[in-house]
Design a binder for this molecule. Structure first.
Ligand code: C5P
Length: 218
């Protein structure tokens, strides 16, 4: 299911501009998504890595498409997913963006005590893609929460109509920005596969091996 097949992986944060010099973002480093792209390429997949801003180099043999905002990521995913066997959404997409991005740098006013930003929701990329998903395609999401991780991961699995969701846990150990991670892959039928704490490259290989075990007969 990987050899010669197109897989799309998203990674990193999105940056949502406030003005030409400021943005709303998050602490995602992109390491997990880049490690997954590398692990899929090791299995012979033709990987497109749709990446928000990161300091990372694309893995060997992986095509990187650089994006900045959630809406750019959605557009890139819509195009890339057409020909794909699977999609792994490891990106930490910003849930909200400033309603308008100012054309010029917003100046602070003398004595200004508060700056209120109006935020509007970004599109949910997985949910937007779900309605055009073909039966032969596999869509995998990621979930990271500070509390009640499994409860929220299962809710996202159902709402976003995913084939599996990778739950990062616990928040204090690994996860966003860290070099190591501990995850559980959860399936809609209640199946689960725990991957103990290890470097993200190893965690990525274990996730890819688990996906092969679960889906290779489909
Ligand atoms: O809802 P939450 O952001 O926690 O869901 C996590 C999963 O949904 C991740 O796979 C993330 O990449 C994806 N996501 C998305 N579009 C968004 C927000 C998150 O596809 N706007």
């Amino acid at each position: 299911m990987f050899d010669g097949r197109r897989w799309v992986v998203t990674a990193g944060p999105t940056y949502e501009p406030i003005d030409p010099v400021r943005f709303i973002g998050n602490f995602s480093s992109g390491k997990m998504g880049y490690a997954l792209a590398a692990a899929l390429a090791e299995q012979g997949a033709d990987v497109q890595l749709i990446s928000g801003p990161t300091c990372l180099q694309p893995p060997a043999g992986v095509e990187r498409i650089a994006v900045m905002t959630a809406r750019e990521m959605l557009n890139a995913c819509q195009e890339a997913v057409e020909k794909a066997r699977g999609l792994i959404m490891a990106a930490a997409v910003a849930d909200f963006r400033p309603q308008t991005a100012a054309a010029q740098k917003v100046k602070k006013q003398p004595g200004q005590a508060v700056w209120t930003l109006e935020l509007v929701p970004n599109p949910d990329i997985l949910q937007a893609l779900a309605c055009r998903k073909r039966p032969d395609q596999i869509f995998i999401g990621f979930s990271l929460e500070t509390h009640d991780g499994e409860h929220y991961a299962l809710e996202k699995l159902r709402r976003k109509k995913l084939d599996a969701i990778v739950l990062n846990h616990p928040y204090e150990k690994g996860g966003i920005g860290a070099d190591d991670n501990e995850v559980t892959v959860l399936y809609p039928d209640g199946g689960r596969h725990f991957i103990s704490y290890r470097p993200k490259q190893e965690a990525a290989r274990a996730i890819v091996a688990e996906l092969a075990r679960r889906f290779s007969s489909e």
